[in-house]
Write a protein that binds this ligand. Structure first.
Ligand SMILES: CC(=O)SCCNC(=O)CCNC(=O)[C@H](O)C(C)(C)COP(=O)(O)OP(=O)(O)OC[C@H]1O[C@@H](n2cnc3c(N)ncnc32)[C@H](O)[C@@H]1OP(=O)(O)O
Ligand SMILES: CC(C)C(=O)C(=O)O
Ligand SMILES: [Mg+2]
Length: 558
């Protein structure tokens, strides 16, 4: 590797830059270039059918400006533009955008393609960079300005003759980031002079990072410098179009918005040339997560992903910001614990801001209702396991029981090294606490409250039960101040190691006619070992007795 083969990118001289003190307060004018820049970078470009599908998705999402193609490039591109117009696929507040090189035959073909349209943005570009002037066009600065100006003059002429009611011009000094700033301004001023925009009929000047060549702060400086130096700022919409060669396309766009950009071009999930275009959904969701209306409908991200993947034949990465399959999922113990606690607090308080550790947005806002927020593997902890048992199966384990259940599940993940799905977790839990290889089991249980005067402190309960203990049927009788105490006294007759009850919790499950009570009991033996048991029954007394038996069995098992 020879880093000496590469030139340093020169920063902009802008010591009084203002953009670092600015904040973004509203969404930009969005323009989707999925059907053009996204499409031109695909191994298999979209056919008319797929473009139609993608177009309807973009329309559903609320894009008002859509670059629908490069109509002079191919039959599919031309036919698709015609279809949009002839089949009236646009709403009145939507504008199509079409791209063309500054070449006569291509401009004329572009106007044929938009014939009969109500309003269109004609987007013309030519590369202005030092490198392309030398190696591609082999022309000097003046000649490159001529290409742009001649193109714009022809568009003006075509627009006059065309039956399209409103033509908006967009000009891109392509490879802007490889162009001397003062020269980029000079060529844009020449284009503006040729087009003669007004405050009512603005021109769009698009300043693309065709190749991302610098840190995003440098791009922001370029945009601020440009906005401050252009002659008729009020008649110009400054648009940005970033690529992602250095992986900072989103950052570059956001800083450019601080620096004065009014409009943003990009694609869904950043599809586009090389490492892609700007990922507009990320910028939109970044706005959303700051309490700013993104002015796009992203409430069903799974639908957006499905259509995108079908049309582009590309995959959305599992870690893709906001959209990836794993981005709302925590495997690691401390994250799971914090998420569980955060969700518990959030769910108890209405009308609060979303503030849950490790989850910058509420996944359900973008339709991820059934997302597995917490998944269990060997990196997971007790908090996450308790979350799964509560959120998927309704068991609200007492906090003191979490370590015991955590250890039980972690024993399996440590052994197998694999992820456990909720059903597998539940099966292990169920086998341990409910489906026991019972040493002690309950066959019959009756309890009678002898003194029904509830005002009295000492209520007397008599229990009569039948159990099977080590394979033999035994009758159990006991009296106590409650069914558990009475039952405990009764089974003292059996050869069971002494224990004390140290923890008791109960809650109901399901509700309505199917309501079940769940009881959790912790027993400590003479060696100071605590083990929990769980019982479930429609009758709370029976649920408690079952929990007690479950705990005794777990003590005796080891
Ligand atoms: C950064 C971007 O994404 S820009 C958009 C790029 N997208 C595409 O190119 C997709 C669609 N393009 C195509 O299908 C084809 O390139 C066409 C139909 C537009 C043109 O096809 P062709 O004329 O056969 O070939 P090609 O693109 O190689 O033309 C290159 C010629 O155009 C000139 N040229 C390139 N861009 C421009 C421009 N924007 N304005 C004027 N002339 C240009 C080149 O200098 C070259 O000229 P030369 O023949 O004198 O050397
Ligand atoms: C056509 C232009 C705007 C482009 O796609 C780019 O420069 O990246
Ligand atoms: Mg591009």
């Amino acid at each position: 590797m020879s880093f000496k083969n590469y030139k340093k990118y020169e920063p902009v001289k802008l010591d009084d830059r203002r953009w670092p003190s600015n904040t973004i307060k509203k969404a930009p004018i969005w323009c989707s270039v999925d059907l053009r820049d996204g499409n031109q970078s695909l191994p298999i470009p979209m056919n008319v059918e797929k473009k139609t599908k993608m177009f309807y998705l973009l329309k559903e999402m609320g894009f008002k400006e859509i670059e629908v193609g490069f109509p002079s490039a191919s039959k599919a591109e031309f036919d698709f533009t015609r279809k949009l117009i002839e089949e009236n696929m646009l709403d009145d507040d939507m504008t199509i955008q079409v791209l063309t090189q500054a070449r006569e035959e291509l401009i004329k073909k572009t106007f044929e393609a938009i014939d009969g349209c109500k309003r269109a943005i004609v987007h013309v570009y030519n590369s202005t960079s030092t490198l392309q002037r030398e190696v591609v066009f082999k022309r000097d600065k003046e000649a490159i300005i001529d290409i742009a100006v001649n193109g714009v003059k022809l568009i003006k002429e075509c627009a006059k003759k065309s039956n399209v009611k409103e033509i908006i011009l967009e000009y891109s000094p392509e490879s802007f980031t490889g162009t001397e700033l003062d020269y980029a301004l000079e060529i844009c001023e020449a284009v503006i002079e040729a087009w003669e925009p007004t405050e009512e009929n603005k021109i769009i000047i698009n300043l693309p990072a065709t190749v991302e060549m610098s840190m995003p702060n440098v791009y922001a400086d370029q945009i601020e410098w440009f906005c401050r130096n252009i002659s008729c700022r009020d008649s110009v919409i400054i648009s940005v179009h970033t690529h992602n060669d250095r992986g900072t396309g989103v950052a570059a766009t956001e800083l450019a918005m601080l620096a004065g950009a009014d409009r943003v071009e990009g694609t869904l999930f950043g599809n586009g040339e090389r490492t892609g275009n700007l990922d507009m959904l990320t910028v939109a969701m970044n706005l959303y997560s700051q309490g700013i209306d993104p002015e796009l409908n992203i409430d069903n991200i799974n639908h957006i992903i499905n259509v995108y993947e079908e049309c582009t034949l590309l995959k959305v990465h599992e870690r893709h910001p906001y959209a990836g399959e794993l981005v709302y999922t925590a495997f690691s113990g401390s994250h799971q614990d914090a998420i569980k606690k955060g969700l518990d607090v959030y769910n108890q308080n209405e009308n609060k801001y979303w503030e849950v550790p490790y989850l910058p947005i509420n996944p359900s806002d973008i339709g991820r209702e059934y997302e597995a927020i917490i998944r269990i593997n060997s990196q997971s902890g007790k908090g996450g396991i308790a979350y799964i048992l509560q959120s998927e199966y309704g068991y609200k384990l007492p906090k003191k029981m979490h370590p015991e259940v955590g250890k039980l599940i972690q024993g399996v993940t440590d052994r197998t090294g694999k992820e456990l799905n909720p059903q597998e977790i539940f099966d292990i839990f169920n086998n341990e606490y409910f489906v026991q290889d019972s040493i002690l089991s309950l066959n019959r249980f009756e309890s009678i409250i002898e003194d029904k005067d509830t005002k009295k402190k000492d209520v007397k309960v008599t229990v009569s039960a039948e159990v099977t203990f080590r394979g033999e049927t035994k009758q159990v009788k006991g009296v106590g101040n409650g069914p558990i105490a009475a039952f405990v006294k009764g089974i003292r007759e059996l050869d069971i190691e002494p224990f004390k009850l140290v923890e008791y919790e109960e809650h109901s499950m399901n509700g309505g006619a199917d309501a079940q009570a769940v009881a959790y009991i912790g027993l400590i033996n003479e060696k100071d070992e605590v083990k929990f048991g769980i019982g479930k029954d429609s009758n709370i007394n029976l649920a408690s007795i079952r929990a007690l038996i479950s705990a005794i069995n777990r003590h005796m098992k080891n």
